[in-house]
Structures are given as structure tokens and as C-alpha cells.
Design a protein around this ligand. Structure first.
Ligand code: ADP
Length: 177
């Protein structure tokens, strides 16, 4: 029992978050540099329930979180009802429209569907605390950062899998792994 207690203390958010070490990276959306077709490609090529929105690929600074279903609904509706929205239209989550050449097609502002303050923890947070936060705040997902840079994501299902793994660990493997 004591060993298990100790083990659970040692598991950190970085051990549970996705992506894992060798997996492809986190799928993120940039706040003002992607087109309608870029985001449609992300929707078609992944099944994730949501995507962190970052300032830029290089900075990986988190600005919000957007749900897949809200993106699908908003883009579909804009393509149908909003004049000038085409595949090459820029999508932006910022307050103001990014500067663009005068010949560019209309841009699509999606700031309204973005969660502006998604819950965030650092990669060094013990999983015991993460589990507690998920329970107490009823989180669906939580983003993981290191020195302000977005590193990964932990979903409710990831937490449940982690809890199940902890419960199934045989005490010997805990001691010797
Ligand atoms: P669930 O965990 O309920 O299946 P998702 O389908 O959103 O929810 O996530 C599936 C897996 O992919 C989870 O392990 C999660 O941590 C990870 N994940 C979720 N969103 C992203 C993302 N945008 N980029 C990379 N991995 C993600």
C-alpha cells in the first residue's frame, strides 16, 4: 500500500499527457494564420474532440481551446450563409482581423467559439493532483505547459485510464519498475 502511494506521487502530468515521446505532435490551430481548408484538413485527418489554439507554430503560446464540433458547425454555416467565405479564406480567433493583401477573400472570425481560458497545468504536476482537479472541477480536458509553452493535453478518458492502470498494477511491478 505504501509503495503504491509512493508510486502515484511520482507519476507526473508529463507521464500521462499526449502526445507521448515518439508520437506525432499535438495538433494545434494557430490564431490567425490558417485558412478554411487548413482547418478542414485537420478536422478530416484527426478525430480529436478539440484543439488548442496557439499564437504561432513557433511560439506554441496557448491562447484558447476550440471544440471540433463547434468548428465543424461554424465553418459549414459560414460556407453556406456568409458571403465570400471560400477554401482560401483566412480563419482568425484574434480580436482584430490579421492584415492581408487587398485581393484576399473574406476572412472568418471564430473568436466566439473559442474557450479563452482553458484549464492549464504544468508538466511537473503530480497526477494525484491532476486527478483531484478533474474530479473537483469536472474537467473534460486540461492542457499541459512547460515554461509557458504548450506541450500536451490530458483528457478525462486519459485520467480514467491512468486511474485504472494504477488500480491494476500489481504491487511487485510497482516496486521493481
Ligand atoms: P478521448 O480521450 O475522450 O478519446 P479525444 O478523442 O479528444 O478524447 O482524444 C483521444 C486521445 O488523443 C487522448 O489520449 C488525448 O490525450 C489525445 N488528444 C486529444 N486532443 C489532441 C490534440 N489536439 N492533439 C494530439 N492529441 C490529442
Amino acid at each position: 500500500l505504501e509503495a503504491k502511494e509512493e508510486f502515484s506521487h511520482k507519476t507526473l502530468a508529463m507521464d500521462v499527457m499526449r502526445p507521448r515521446h515518439n508520437d506525432p505532435g499535438l495538433t494545434t490551430i494557430t490564431q490567425d494564420s490558417m485558412s478554411v481548408e487548413d482547418i478542414e484538413a485537420i478536422i478530416n485527418e484527426t478525430t480529436y474532440s478539440g484543439f488548442p489554439v496557439v499564437i504561432s507554430r513557433e511560439s506554441q503560446r496557448l491562447v484558447g481551446f476550440v471544440l471540433r464540433r463547434d468548428l465543424i458547425i461554424s465553418i459549414e454555416s459560414a460556407r453556406k450563409k456568409q458571403d465570400g467565405i471560400v477554401s482560401t479564406s483566412r480563419i482568425y480567433f484574434t480580436e482584430h482581423m490579421p492584415p492581408q493583401p487587398p485581393t484576399s477573400p473574406s476572412s472568418l472570425k471564430l473568436r466566439a467559439i473559442m474557450d479563452l481560458s482553458p484549464f492549464t497545468i504544468t508538466d511537473q504536476t503530480p497526477m494525484e493532483i491532476v486527478v483531484d482537479i478533474f474530479r473537483k472541477l469536472g474537467l473534460r480536458q486540461c492542457l499541459v505547459t512547460h515554461n509557458g509553452r504548450l506541450l500536451g493535453i490530458i483528457t478525462k478518458k486519459d485520467v480514467l485510464k491512468h486511474i485504472a492502470q494504477m488500480a491494476n498494477q500489481d504491487p511487485d511491478s510497482i516496486l521493481f519498475n
